[in-house]
Design a protein around this ligand. Structure first.
Ligand SMILES: Cc1cc2nc3c(=O)[nH]c(=O)nc-3n(C[C@H](O)[C@H](O)[C@H](O)COP(=O)(O)OP(=O)(O)OC[C@H]3O[C@@H](n4cnc5c(N)ncnc54)[C@H](O)[C@@H]3O)c2cc1C
Length: 256
């Protein structure tokens, strides 16, 4: 079985930044990613608050960070982590295809996933396509009628974007049925932390976020948390990167 100084779960901004810091500290590091590296920001076309770039796309930003991570010698593997258990002073990390890894320390950086519609609302959508990203899929519905579910800031952003493309855009609440004539459904009703694989390992708050303060220490020694899946006030790229650097530095100290 492969053994690493640090295994990082999640290759979003937090996990990739943590990998840079661990690799530069001369420790072996493996990043496990269940989908594609980059996380939530990958579909954003214009990021305007990443220092150093007036405007940058999520794809370009992550591509640059990924090559930096690999050039520094960190490894990225595509594994969906389902369980992490303590073993002999270290940890065992299990993937959903029976993969198994060992590490002296673990950094949890799983971010968040979009919240899904209720069963009732999903039923009312029938076989119509459901999307969580207007920027990604909006162009498919040019001159068609669509509906945006949700009334928060991100839903407003989706409505505005789709109004520039579609013939008609409905905007409904999370408890209303999907209008009969809508041809596609865009869901923007918030996000939920992707912390299932850490259940039983570390303390998690009632909303599903991993309990930790600015030091990124979790309730379990040797396990650190970084980015949007942690309890915090501001979930942004710079705070995810900041957490990544802190969690990695703490993990390296722990190993020493
Ligand atoms: C539409 C949108 C636009 C945004 N725009 C901006 C912006 O302009 N500026 C800004 O600063 N912030 C923006 N944000 C917020 C920003 O994207 C997040 O704060 C940041 O990406 C969080 O990074 P993260 O690494 O903590 O989590 P994520 O980006 O969520 O990455 C987590 C990664 O972990 C992986 N993962 C999850 N569970 C597992 C598992 N069990 N096993 C293996 N891998 C797993 C996921 O697949 C994902 O790749 C935006 C967010 C959204 C949704």
């Amino acid at each position: 079985m492969e053994k690493y100084d640090v295994v990082i779960v999640g290759a979003g901004m937090a996990g990739l930044t943590a990998a840079i810091y661990v690799a530069r500290a001369g420790k072996s590091v493996l990043v496990l990613e269940g989908k594609v590296e980059g996380g939530q920001i990958i579909n954003t076309v214009d990021i305007e608050n990443w220092p150093g770039d007036m405007r940058v796309s999520g794809v370009d930003l992550i591509r640059k960070i990924k090559s930096q991570v690999e050039e520094l010698g960190a490894k990225i593997d595509y594994v969906n982590v389902v369980k992490i258990t303590p073993k002999d002073g270290g940890f065992e990390i299990f993937g959903d295809m029976d993969e198994k890894f060992e590490a002296s320390s673990v950094i949890l950086a799983m971010g968040t996933n979009p919240r899904k519609m209720s069963d009732e609302q999903t039923k009312s959508a029938g076989k119509r396509p459901i999307s969580y990203c207007a920027t990604c899929d909006g162009a498919l519905y040019k001159d068609k009628t669509v509906v945006v579910v949700g009334h928060g800031n991100s839903a407003k952003h989706e409505v505005k974007y789709l109004e520039g493309i579609c013939k008609k855009v409905y905007n409904i609440h999370h408890d209303e049925p999907i209008p009969e004539d809508a041809e596609a459904v865009f869901v923007a009703i918030g996000r939920i932390p992707a912390t299932k694989c850490a259940e039983g390992l570390v303390e998690i708050d009632p909303s599903g976020y991993i309990m930790a303060d600015e030091t990124c220490h979790t309730s379990r020694e040797g396990v650190f948390v970084a980015g949007d899946c942690r309890v915090k006030d501001l979930r942004q790229l710079v705070t995810a990167a900041s957490d990544g650097s802190v969690a990695a530095t703490e993990a390296v100290k722990y190993i020493a």
